[in-house]
Design a protein around this ligand. Structure first.
Ligand code: FES
Length: 238
């Protein structure tokens, strides 16, 4: 009988091993190598949406999303250099430019993953024209609200609702710059037939797009402890 296949890879010059099927990001984290992420959240599936976790793999000029790319034997990976860091900053700038992220008046100010990532990567201005779309705020739910102006379309809410809560209340509508997160068949949240009012989507949301009602500026702290706990309990009963 053979055991699980183990690959040997190099990340930033350090030789590490990876089990079959593990992603580059998982292996990096196991070895305390930091790769910035935004759409990725431990406990829900990886979809490679934000591209912030991109890395260089020797032998290909294309940057690879480390959260979805499997580690393969012999890979030589670089997680940070001038090119990668520049593109990461550009991604953050484009996210800020695409909608309305005025941190000073946001419920999640000080508790926002986008804001924290901008600080971490040294993004202190935006070189692109801000689009400032006027998008809806849906406050029809008795406990929660969604402000599409703050949404970065990471899809964490869609995945946690589908994969952890099992309701699949949320999904995407449209494509590209017109993409929006919707409830059921694009009905107001308060009229949803499937929402269980669990609030998981609110707490995995990286920004102030999903928030509890009644929160003022900087008051919306996200509680995510439930996610690793639920995943652990489920794995325990399999
Ligand atoms: Fe990998 Fe977003 S964290 S693409």
């Amino acid at each position: 009988m053979t055991g699980p296949m183990v690959h040997s890879i190099t990340i930033d010059g350090v030789q590490v091993s990876a089990a079959e099927g593990e992603t580059i990001l998982q292996v990096a984290r196991q070895n305390d190598i930091d790769i910035p992420t935004l759409c990725n959240l431990e406990g829900i599936s990886a979809t490679g949406q934000c591209r912030l976790c991109m890395v260089e793999v020797k032998g290909t000029n294309r940057l690879v999303a480390s959260c979805t790319a499997a580690a393969e034997d012999g890979m030589e990976i670089v997680t940070s250099n001038e090119r990668i860091d520049r593109y990461r900053r550009m991604i953050i700038e484009l996210l800020f430019a695409e909608r309305n992220h005025i941190c000073a008046v946001c419920v999640a100010n000080g508790h926002c993953d986008l804001q924290a990532m901008a600080q971490k990567l040294g993004v202190n201005h935006i070189e692109f024209d801000c689009l400032h779309p006027e998008l809806k705020v849906d406050a029809s739910h008795p406990q929660f609200e969604v402000d599409h102006n703050r949404c970065i379309l990471c899809g964490r809410c869609v995945r946690v609702c589908d994969e952890i809560e099992g309701a699949h209340t949320r999904d995407f509508r449209n494509r590209g710059i017109n993409t929006l997160i919707i409830t059921d068949f694009d009905t107001p949240w308060g009229e949803s037939q499937t929402c269980t009012n669990c609030g998981k989507c609110v707490h995995v949301c990286p920004t102030g797009a999903l928030a509890e009602k009644g929160r003022s500026v900087a008051e919306m702290q996200k509680r995510r402890q439930f996610l690793p706990y639920l995943v652990m309990r489920r794995e325990g009963v399999r």
